[in-house]
Design a protein around this ligand. Sequence first.
Ligand code: ZN
Length: 428
Amino acid sequence: MTFMPNFNRAGDLEAHQLAGLKWTVAHAYDGSPFYRARLDAAGVRPDDIRTLDDMKRLPFTTADDLRDGYPFPLLSVPLTDVVRLHASSGTTGKRKVMTYTGKDISDWANMFARCYEMAGLTREDRVQICVGYGVWTAGVGFQLGCERFGAMAVPVGPGFLDMQCQFLVDFGSTVICCTSSMALLVSEEVRRRGLSDKVRLKKVIYGSERTSDAMREKISAGLGGAELYDIPGMTELYGPGTGLECGAHRGIHYWADYYILEILNPETLEPVAPGELGEMVVTTLAKEAAPLIRYRTRDLTRLLPEPCPCGNPLPRHDRLLGRSDDMIKFRAVNIYPGQIDAVLSYSRGVGSEYQIVLEHRPDGKDHMTVRVERIEGANLSDDERVKKDIVRAIKSQMLVSAEVELVDHGELPRSERKSKRVFDHRFE
Ligand code: ZN
């Protein structure tokens, strides 16, 4: 049994995408007053979509549209066809609410089952789910996919370290699904309680937080060499499970038979060259209750256009590399903290906490300093090499010069995901 799509011949995927795109535009036009008004204003009728290239004519949808349409934004079916809703945890303004038909839920389960397949699970696996259950998409998504796939779900939720450790031993869980900070907590707790020999964990599927290579190595080492798989996902696009890092650990394969991913320059909204950083814009191909047409996620990443060494033909993108809202102009170049983030997360010898300091100096020029923490127990004699590597990587990937300052592990403030990382003193 496989949950992978069967597109053997060249052009199969594109034909499938075109059919899905046509269906989505017609469905949204007929079912949603919002989309009908938007498409009319853009002068596009469903019949105008004849090739995949025609999607360039479609108008964009944004998070503001979701807020304006609260409580049931983008609704394109009668409410009697809706069987569930989910909402984002939303920190500002109203939550993003998404509705699902029975088919939407089933499609999501298939996508998620595919994640477990890509991570190499079998029906023998026991999957301990340590993410939140509730109105958000996490817990129920992981569970639904696990049951569709046919492995055994052990639904625990986040926290409950006592119970997590007990279940790992008693139920012999082979996979845990969690945030990376939760994975770290579990690995430390397993070690502290001397349970390493009794735990059979092989895989960690983690998401929703930025995670450096250093942190990944720490989690894996703490769990007897468990393999890590990064899972992306957002409420607007079903939830988690719309792609997965593969066994080659070279980026994230995404399910291009369920949605089209465009990577656009956030300023011009034109496509960037393959492999360049840009904003993820998604268009769903089969979503009934709340379809997305060119939805601007504000998340930055890049396509990885080379074929993947794992052999799976589904396309890939890099891990998420920050938000397009955070753009900075520095010496006439547009840069994103996410680019620094990317450089650091692939750099050896440094952790995941960093700050970007911008200042105007007496030499009349703007300067950028990247302050980043050494890894725990770092050897100070490595400092010069570590700094030089990062300076070189920033120069080659972002075409700007920066200075790098290393500080001790734990010196920078620990903070939430949307913490302040950029300190711009240039105009003071
Ligand atoms: Zn792969």
